[in-house]
Design a protein around this ligand. Structure first.
Ligand SMILES: *[C@@H]1O[C@H](CO)[C@@H](O)[C@H](O)[C@H]1NC(C)=O
Length: 227
């Protein structure tokens, strides 16, 4: 009797603690990150076109990353559910177009997608399985057509310099949320438009203003290189 009386509260305590801990391990929102392939390639390091050919001249997907409100993020959350291409066969033709790898040596994309799922995607498992994770990223890439938003604002990948503010304003006017823009440098050390971060709610339904903005600053005037 005494043992049972002791262990019931203990067991409830353990349940409570594990609930609190798993809630703490869950995430708060996603970064949806797109990149301009022209700026990936226009660097000292350069790029390699995928084995499937030169990507189209659109902003392409980098990843969909679960994040915490304080700016930190979980990673590699499930070693027992690693990338499995046969689960996303129907998505592969579109992924080759809009989620191409530009790393060297050239690849067919699976290494890149496996990295994204294994490191980031597995941390969203409570909300998205492997197929719906990749599908959600493809959906957001269509929903935020960054190149056409910029072109409507008279901003084109022509190697000219544009004000960073005009780029951010174009995105936020078109999408109704404030993005974050990241720059890198071309071989002559000119800052250029590299990646665009948009935030997505944790159920992967829609864009939201970011609970935490990445601390990345671009110069006031940045290059938009051709691709
Ligand atoms: C990959 O997914 C397929 C389809 O769901 C499944 O049949 C197969 O066992 C999986 N392979 C591994 C290594 O988990």
């Amino acid at each position: 009797m005494k043992t049972i009386a002791f262990s019931l509260p203990l067991i409830s305590l353990i349940f409570l603690l594990s609930a609190v801990l798993s809630a703490a391990r869950s995430f708060d929102y996603f970064y949806f990150v797109q990149q301009w392939p022209g700026s990936m390639c226009d660097t000292k390091r350069g790029c390699c076109y995928p084995t499937t050919g030169k990507p189209e001249g659109t902003f392409t997907i980098h990843g969909l990353w679960p994040n915490f409100n304080d700016g930190s993020y979980p990673s590699s959350c499930d070693k027992n559910n690693l990338y499995n291409a046969s689960k996303i066969k129907d998505l592969l033709p579109e992924m080759q177009k809009t989620w191409p790898t530009l790393a060297c040596p050239r690849g067919d994309g699976h290494k890149f997608w496996a990295h994204e799922w294994d490191k980031h995607g597995t941390c969203s498992e409570s909300i998205l399985d492997q197929h719906s994770y990749f599908q959600a990223a493809l959906k957001f890439q269509k929903k935020a057509n960054l190149l056409s938003i910029l072109s409507d604002a008279g901003i084109a990948p022509d190697g000219a310099f544009y004000s960073t503010k005009s780029i951010i304003d174009a995105f936020s006017n078109a999408l109704g949320v404030l993005p974050s823009v990241e720059c890198n440098w071309d071989e002559s050390r000119n800052p250029q438009l590299y990646q665009v971060y948009l935030c997505v709610d944790k159920h992967a339904q829609d864009f939201i203003d970011c609970p935490f903005y990445p601390k990345r600053k671009c110069a006031p005037e940045i290059e938009f290189p051709a691709f």
